[in-house]
Design a protein around this ligand. Structure first.
Ligand code: SAM
Length: 240
């Protein structure tokens, strides 16, 4: 992937040395060469959503972000083959994103089939510590989209939105049976296909990330997902 001009990553040594990322605040000026809104897919895996959205919206710029390079390679290769000028990939931990994006640089975020992290609140991508992180680089009232198989993740995020009085723009606990479904929301990721094959319903919600100075964590007990083990190694025979 080092030979791909649309894939970015800092080496461990560069990160440890605090080497600044030269395109922070300049993705549009230096890479995309336009002023279109920037949309991120967090935990993009193979990048199906990044590519799918980029095809539908040529007037937006898309950046798929994941820590795992092998998965990202699939989407990065396809973007290259199809000469998609509005797609880039960034290999990093989401927790590091303020190193790569300046205030107000991002218009929108998609979070697609994240691990619900039922035991580790601070690793859950819709926990309030992540809202505090995202608002460093997302424009005020930028959109956050979540697509998930997990009733736990869905319920937790809905409660987090309610507690923090974010504006909820769309919500369904069964996307493909709902009136919300359209071409955009029907883009299917690798993980989504696996969950659908197991007969699980897909949940979707979208809300506005209004700036906050105080964040409130929901204190409601949420039923864990019956089909997931807390212990990754003993997860039911799903091979992903
Ligand atoms: C369950 S997979 C979903 C992948 C893809 N969105 C899909 O639906 O097929 C979760 C992805 O998030 C990535 N991930 C999890 N935590 C991350 C973090 N803190 N920083 C960057 N990537 C992360 C993993 O590497 C993995 O590819």
């Amino acid at each position: 992937m080092e030979s791909f001009s649309h894939v970015f990553q800092l080496s461990f040594n560069e990160l440890r040395a605090g080497t600044p990322f030269s395109m922070k605040g300049k993705w549009n000026e230096q890479f995309f060469k336009n002023e279109h809104p920037i949309v991120l897919e967090l935990g993009c895996g193979k990048g199906e959503y990044t590519l799918g959205l980029a095809r539908v919206f040529p007037d937006k710029n898309f950046i798929g972000i994941d820590i795992k390079g092998a998965r990202m390679w699939t989407g990065a290769t396809e973007a290259l083959d199809k000469k998609m000028g509005n797609v880039a990939f960034l290999r990093t931990k989401i927790e590091m994103l303020t190193h790569f994006f300046a205030p107000d640089e991002v218009a929108e975020i998609w979070i697609t089939f994240p691990d619900p992290q039922m035991k580790k609140l601070t690793k859950r991508m819709t926990a309030t510590n992540f809202m505090a992180l995202y608002q460093h680089f997302v424009k005020p009232n930028g959109l956050i989209h979540l697509k998930t198989d997990s009733p736990f993740m869905f319920t937790y995020t809905r409660e987090m939105i309610r507690e923090n009085k974010y504006s909820l723009l769309a919500i369904t606990d069964n996307l493909y049976e709902s009136a919300l479904v359209n071409d955009l929301l029907s883009i299917k990721t690798y993980y989504e296909k696996q969950w659908l094959a197991r007969g699980l319903s897909i949940k979707y919600l979208c809300f506005e990330l209004a700036p906050r100075t105080i964040f409130i964590e929901p204190d409601k007990d949420i039923e864990p997902d019956a089909y997931r083990s807390f212990n990754r190694n003993r997860r039911a025979s799903l091979s992903l």
